[in-house]
Design a protein around this ligand. Sequence first.
Ligand code: 5U1
Length: 679
Amino acid sequence: MTDLQQTDPNRNDHDDLVTRIRQLDYEYYVLNESSLPDAEYDRLMQKLISIEAAHPEWVRDDSPTQRVGGQPQAGFTQVQHEVPMLSLDNAFSDEDLAAFYKRLQDRMNTTDALELACEPKLDGIAISLLYEDGRLVRGATRGDGTTGEDITANVRTIRSIPLSLRGDGWPKVLEVRGEIYMPRQGFERMNAQALEQGEKVFVNPRNAASGSLRQLDPQLTAKRPLEMCCYSVGRVEGGSLPETHYDTLNALAGWGLKINDESRVVTGLDDMLAYYQRMLGRRDDLTYEIDGIVYKINRFQLQQRLGFVSRAPRWAIARKFPAQEEMTRLLDVEFQVGRTGALTPVARLEPVFVGGVTVSNATLHNMDEVERIGVHIGDTVIVRRAGDVIPQVVRVVDDQRPVDAKAVELPAACPVCGSAVERVEGEAVSRCTGGIHCDAQRREALKHFVSRRALDIEGLGEKLIDTLLEKGLLHTPGDLFELTADQLVELDRMGEKSANNVINAIDAAKQTTLPRFLYALGIREVGVTTAANLAQHFGGLEKLWSATEETLLEVDDVGPKVAAHVRHFFEEPNNRLEIERLVGLGLTWPDPAPASGSMPLSGQTWVVTGKLEALSRDEAKDYLQRLGAKVAGSVSAKTSQLVAGPGAGSKLKKATDLDVPVMDEAAFLDVLREHRLWQ
Ligand code: 5U1
């Protein structure tokens, strides 16, 4: 291999480096596997940039350095799609799908079971990519199906789109079609940042993807977390493709394009319906939003025989999932006080069925957001419920405002304790200044303290906390450890057995971990990951307790704001007293695992799939990273271990095919226990 440290590189060094970075991009962005730490990748990229600065004559337009183009454009030029980009007919029920299947059989004059390829329908923007001689020469929007817009400069910035195709065997001219989308996590992160900075948020990932692609400055598009998943081909010249849709998708994957790993071939209507149900059940677990399932006759020859009507093929259909956005009326806005005193405007709605459940409350985030969407009480609004995210009011339906609509106003005093409400300069949130004296903040702090990712005290739910607060038995977390079964038995609907169970659970929670304890304290902006990083960095509470802001800034993921919150928390005498009291009452934890070097899972790559019960996939990932493992999004021969929960699909199959060891959640929790990360 090339010595990348060499000071006077030659052309071969350059080409090797381009190949290496392309391979890393492919592994990371297409296969979701990372085989190098980010810092090492950055080092290689810097090396390439400096070689190309010294030798501009070596730079090809498919070099990894050439993704983000120079100047913003004045506008987008039009492109003609030589093969029209079709749209899809929709099926809204099982009956619609059955009717589609029957039409196919009738047209093909058969009662035999038919073979269809099926895959999730991504909620994104349809795009055409044109490759000539294996090089990406054009990216275009669908437009009206015949005329779209040239967005080549923008699609080049998307790292899951190869600038040149891998391997060989691709047709000389190959037009690939698919969807550009924004994965949920990137969307939520982007919107959370925008909310915090008082900027405009996007209504949904689809709008975010569309807005990002319509930027005239590709530098802006490059900053957006976009991906592309391919689902069909258009123009094909100077070469041939396999005979079926499914095999073609796999050929595209072999040429380095991203395809959906949930794609399957099914035979007959029953299997089509079963695939729909299975994906509907997994909808919220996917890392991207889908709005249905697309079914296509698998064999191209049969597709040709069936042809199309107006703009939709007869051989394909989209079976839509229940909508995730619906219209309803805003009846009132109330303000909820959170653990840190933040006042959140909550919309009380006329109940509406959306995203599979009836919704009557939704968040409006903060007053900036209320103003931005311009909502009034009485308005007709669009409510969105997608994934695990709480329902939100995303938009007002124009022209439907009643004459008696009322503006939403921030209360001057906390609706729970009457303390003044203040808004910190530069922050979008307003807070109650009552602190622990505010019943709402106290209640939320206690709920947080016992919650699953904190001390995880089973049987101590919201209702019991409310009763204990009402009866004056609970004020601060320490009080929990002084409760007795006799006191609990006195409460309504609390038998002796339940009382003992609660006391035992409280007792068991005394043996905890430092990350859990730190998280449980509810320090502002210290979530599970930051708590784990703090614990790992300082190795014990005493050092963290007396750490300066400067030292805190050395911790992964800790910026000036978090450092100030941590410092402020430990400077507060009441907090110190409460921690000392908790330790005095018997709370203990082992020292965290060593910081680096010989981590228990160093050098291993793990993949987590399916639904986990005891922890979320993000938490599982956190734990694995803390043990030194790399966590990848897909299975390959390099995967060391797959953790598979119920509903695991293609990843489990691939792991079995590749002889990758598989464990279920119970075995995974045992691994965490072994390393004292789980009880
Ligand atoms: N997954 C998928 N989405 N989607 C959208 N496949 C698919 N096929 C489409 C469209 C418009 O059109 C085909 C008929 C080529």
